[in-house]
Design a protein around this ligand. Structure first.
Ligand SMILES: [Zn+2]
Ligand SMILES: [Zn+2]
Length: 216
């Protein structure tokens, strides 16, 4: 007859011997079990996890039926379990998302575009003819910095779509790429008065606006 260890005889100076895999592991590798003599489970974390998983797979169909009944009786349980799992895997998901976006830059850009359109929730309000008319009205000059556009203009929403601006011609000017990118999602006032960091290009815009105001 093989010698049976009591739970205390499994405790050695090097650690605790697992009842199932027989490996000696530190106490931190055992889950707490307040009722037992050592205060810890007799099987190590890995073995405990494996046996729980095996038990689950043995009763899989049964468990599914039980859960379904419990959820039907109390829908709140399902929501709570879902939330708990969501937060348990939150970090991992964020890391994966970030990696995906760096590996697929084009998808990310398309996502950004879709996001902005959804955020704005606006119907397209201008046509290509409107843009051509606006470009002609500005005499091929950037609305913000006054630089020559050489026909390479970008439609620019004075009040950004994301800030509730419309997509109608009243809210549209044409600008150079630099101004468009620099202004981004800000209103003109936020951009011109709040951007000490983007000094060189924006200073040009500020100068031009001082001149404009002086003329009025
Ligand atoms: Zn073990
Ligand atoms: Zn410009």
């Amino acid at each position: 007859m093989p010698k049976r260890h009591s739970s205390l005889s499994r405790v050695t100076p090097e650690g605790i011997r697992c009842r199932l895999c027989d490996a000696v592991k530190p106490a931190s590798d055992y889950e707490a079990c307040p009722g037992s003599r050592t205060g810890l489970r007799t099987e190590c974390r890995d073995c405990h996890k494996a046996s729980k998983l095996a038990a689950y797979h043995r009763r899989k169909e049964e468990i599914a039926v039980e859960r379904k009944a419990a959820y039907a009786q109390n829908p709140e349980i399902r929501r709570r379990i879902g939330l708990a799992s969501y937060y348990r895997h939150h970090e991992k998901r964020l890391v994966g998302k970030r990696r995906y976006r760096t590996d697929h830059p084009e998808t990310g850009k398309a996502q950004n575009r879709r996001y902005r359109a959804r955020l704005a929730g606006v119907q397209p309000g201008h046509t290509l003819d409107d843009l051509i008319r606006i470009h002609r009205r500005q005499r091929d000059l950037c609305f913000w910095c006054g630089g020559r556009l050489h026909g390479l203009y970008e439609p620019e929403h004075v009040i950004p779509l994301s800030r509730g601006g419309s997509d109608y011609p009243e809210n549209l000017v044409v600008s150079c790429r630099k101004c468009n990118v620099s202004k981004s999602g800000r209103t003109p006032v936020e951009w011109i008065y709040g951007s000490s960091s983007q000094a060189v290009h924006v200073r040009k815009v500020i100068r031009r606006f001082r001149v404009r105001r002086a003329l009025h």
